[in-house]
Design a protein around this ligand. Structure first.
Ligand code: SF4
Length: 287
């Protein structure tokens, strides 16, 4: 495929509009979508970054999608421009049902299969037996160990044999990501490509509105960054985009997938910490 594909070539909009999260009444679209100066130019640069990735890396390039709204925008651009870039995601076993529902929705909308990488079952069973089902609240070490088993190990299989991976990182997402470039070395011999590096949150939702991009309805519930269910909560007005991730920690809010944008943990975060009580509710943080 090549050239821009009309959205009419995708699933009928009537079907898409009927999907949860596709309306803009009381939704993230209604709250955040805004066209700002330079939007069309930013979209054009993103398309160029994606086209160049396909040209430079061929089948070595992969979109590693978290199924978050930024990644859904990238998937839409890949489909819309007929780029030969494969998609894969991680199913940690702890994702919200709303997140997993996007996998068939991507297929229905764009005709693209998303390859799913899950953790090794025996490793999960062993980890849960040793530490309990939700040990992440007890220490940063246990949280990182859980991310290691459920995310980093399957990610290493996902990226095996690939030379480039495409992510939805944006500079605006957090202080750690303020310098995200379009292209960078991931520290493991691959190129990491961040085509939305310069996009704002308003840009993302304006694009979603313009192109009727399917998205996770949890974004409508004040969750800008959606990870595993036990480790994601809604944020309050004025909080950082990633404040709802591992909110009980005083850490860099990174799980290791994007280690180049994680600050080294403070000694108090890497050495043994006093146990913290598991959070009992997330609703108090909702705006
Ligand atoms: S985000 Fe939470 S549940 Fe998911 S792998 Fe990391 S610690 Fe485990």
């Amino acid at each position: 495929m090549s050239g821009e594909v009309s959205s009419l070539d995708f699933a009928p909009l009537s079907e898409v509009s009927a999907l949860p999260g596709a309306t803009n009444v009381g939704s993230a679209i209604g709250l955040y979508a805004r066209q700002t100066a330079g939007f069309d130019e930013r979209v054009a640069r993103t398309v160029e970054v994606l086209k160049q990735a396909a040209a430079d890396f061929g089948p070595g390039a992969l979109q590693s999608t978290s199924l978050g709204v930024e990644d859904m925008v990238i998937t839409d651009l890949i489909a819309r421009h007929g780029l030969p870039i494969a998609l894969a995601t991680l199913d940690t076993g702890k994702l919200h049902a709303e997140t997993l529902a996007l996998i068939p929705r991507i297929h229905d909308r764009y005709g693209i299969e998303v390859e799913v990488f899950a953790p090794v079952r025996e490793q999960v069973v062993h980890f849960v037996r040793a530490n309990g089902e939700e040990p992440m609240y007890r220490s940063v070490e246990l949280r990182k160990a859980c991310c290691g088993v459920r995310k980093l190990e399957p990610l290493s299989r996902m990226l095996a044999g690939r030379t480039a991976w495409i992510t939805g990182l944006r500079r605006e997402q957090s202080a750690n990501r303020a310098e995200v470039p379009f292209r960078e070395d991931d520290g493991h011999g691959r190129t990491k490509i961040n085509p939305l590096a310069e996009w704002s949150w308003a840009d993302v939702w304006h694009y979603v509105q313009q192109h009727v991009v399917p998205y996770n309805p949890l974004h409508d519930e004040f969750m800008p960054s959606i990870g595993c269910a036990p480790c994601t909560r809604a944020i309050a007005v004025g909080e950082d985009f990633r404040a709802g991730r591992w909110w009980w920690e005083d850490s860099s809010k990174e799980c290791g997938l994007h280690a180049t944008h994680a600050e080294p943990d403070s000694p108090s975060a890497t050495e043994s910490e006093p146990e913290a009580s598991p959070p009992t509710s997330t609703s108090g943080a909702q705006a």
